[in-house]
Design a binder for this molecule. Structure first.
Ligand code: DNO
Length: 401
């Protein structure tokens, strides 16, 4: 696997020199300053490539931009709203421009309104560091008593709603504000930064969109985009829902292996591929990483190695969780890496040019210097470096056996 690192661009507090010192071999980035639905101009893409290719002092970094994460799919496309055709055309043009600059792996997701969702960005861990967490009771408190979403009561049992009310009543005004911001304001890499009001009005657009319709919208989007990607030699890869269950009454369609199996079969070409994120998929107790890789591995174009630990409370279908250290959560990372290396071996034997799959150590706990650096939620230097080092150790040991 090619060991990559997510970099948010020149404003990221982590530098290309830091990345090299962590042993990073390639970079994952996106043009976050361009709103979803607009074309990514060649000049902006080249500027990002140039920034990646140099150290802060201007000397060559030896790094290149390997993976686009993400080329965002606008809400207009997800809901088939007005301007749909213009947004599709912009997406296709962005792909053309990316290909013209030599980029060939493009990640995206099809999560309605909210990208990845956490309720606490700094949950204390017993080692003294912190981790991001999703607490279902806090989320219910937000949904029922802060957002006051219409129909929210149907989403929770009366007993769970009562527990959420007690939780909400005990929150200070600061705690309410923090919870609201964590959920709606957008975590690093999310497409959009919403206000509470924005979320409310966007929810209306989904009033008639259930699971089937959202899936059809995804297929329609890909029917426009995958032929262009195929022609350009671009491998698209869909990121799973994070967390892998419905929130705010919204449909979720890419949460488990069966969802990917269906999508891969419905558009059975290699440009229609997978971002294999063990952190997102791993919140589902039925997730079996080895079965996933054995079945669908040939379509995995990008890998996020990350671990989560399911915690309480849960409501029978949805659980709380926090980000665990990379080798310590519910997903067996040794078995996962072994299966991925075996997929790579099959590709090498079959002469596939894409036999080295880009992976990144996704998220990290805040540890050591991260704690005093106010680092970006989920994307600290030391926590991710620890994760990469541990994963690299597994890869090195297995490559030798
Ligand atoms: C969170 C990330 C997400 C991801 C997008 C992919 O850390 O995994 O922001 O980049 O959902 O499109």
């Amino acid at each position: 696997m090619k060991q990559t690192w997510r970099w948010f661009g020149p404003h990221d507090t982590i530098t290309t020199a830091d990345m090299r010192q962590c042993g990073v071999e390639g970079v994952v980035s996106a043009l976050h300053h361009l709103p979803p639905g607009t074309v990514w101009p060649v000049a902006d893409i080249k500027a990002r490539q140039a920034a990646i290719a140099q150290f802060p002092d201007g000397s060559p970094s030896g790094l290149a931009w390997d993976v686009v994460e993400s080329l965002p799919v606008s809400e207009v496309i997800k809901t088939k709203g007005p301007d749909y055709a213009a947004h599709i055309a912009a997406y296709q043009d962005s792909l053309r421009n990316l290909a013209a600059c030599g980029l060939s792996v493009v990640c995206y997701n099809f999560m309605p309104i909210l990208d990845w969702t956490r309720t606490n960005l700094r949950l204390p861990m017993d080692h003294g560091g912190t981790a991001m967490a999703f607490d279902l009771c806090d989320f219910a408190a937000f949904d029922l008593y802060i957002l006051q979403r219409q129909g929210a009561a149907e989403d929770y049992s009366p007993a769970f709603a009562a527990k959420a009310k007690t939780r909400f009543d005990a929150m200070s005004a600061d705690a309410v504000r923090a919870l609201q911001n964590n959920i709606v304001a957008g975590l690093p890499g999310a497409n959009d930064n919403w206000t509470l009001q924005d979320v409310k009005s966007h929810l209306n657009a989904y009033a008639d969109i259930g699971q089937d319709r959202l899936y059809q919208n995804l297929v329609d989007f890909l029917s426009e985009v995958i032929p262009v990607a195929t022609e350009l030699g671009i491998r698209m890869c869909c990121h799973p829902d994070d967390p892998p269950f419905s929130l705010l009454g919204l449909p979720r369609i890419m949460s488990r292996q069966a969802d990917y199996a269906r999508l891969m079969a419905d558009l059975d070409v290699s440009a229609n591929g997978i971002t294999f994120c063990t952190g997102s998929l791993g919140v589902d107790p039925d997730f079996d990483p080895v079965a996933f890789i054995t079945t669908l591995g040939s379509r995995i174009h990008f890998i996020h190695l990350r671990n989560t630990l399911r915690t309480l409370p849960d409501d029978g279908t949805r659980s709380s969780f926090h980000e665990a250290a990379h080798l310590e959560g519910d997903t067996n990372m040794v078995k996962t890496v072994r299966a991925l290396l075996s997929e790579e071996r099959v590709r090498r034997q079959g002469g596939r040019a894409d036999h080295s799959i880009p992976m990144r150590p996704d998220h990290g706990q805040d540890i050591i210097d991260d704690l005093s650096k106010d680092s970006m939620p989920g994307y600290p230097l030391a926590g991710r470096m620890r994760g990469l080092a541990e994963l690299r150790g597994i890869m090195a040991a297995m490559a030798d056996t």
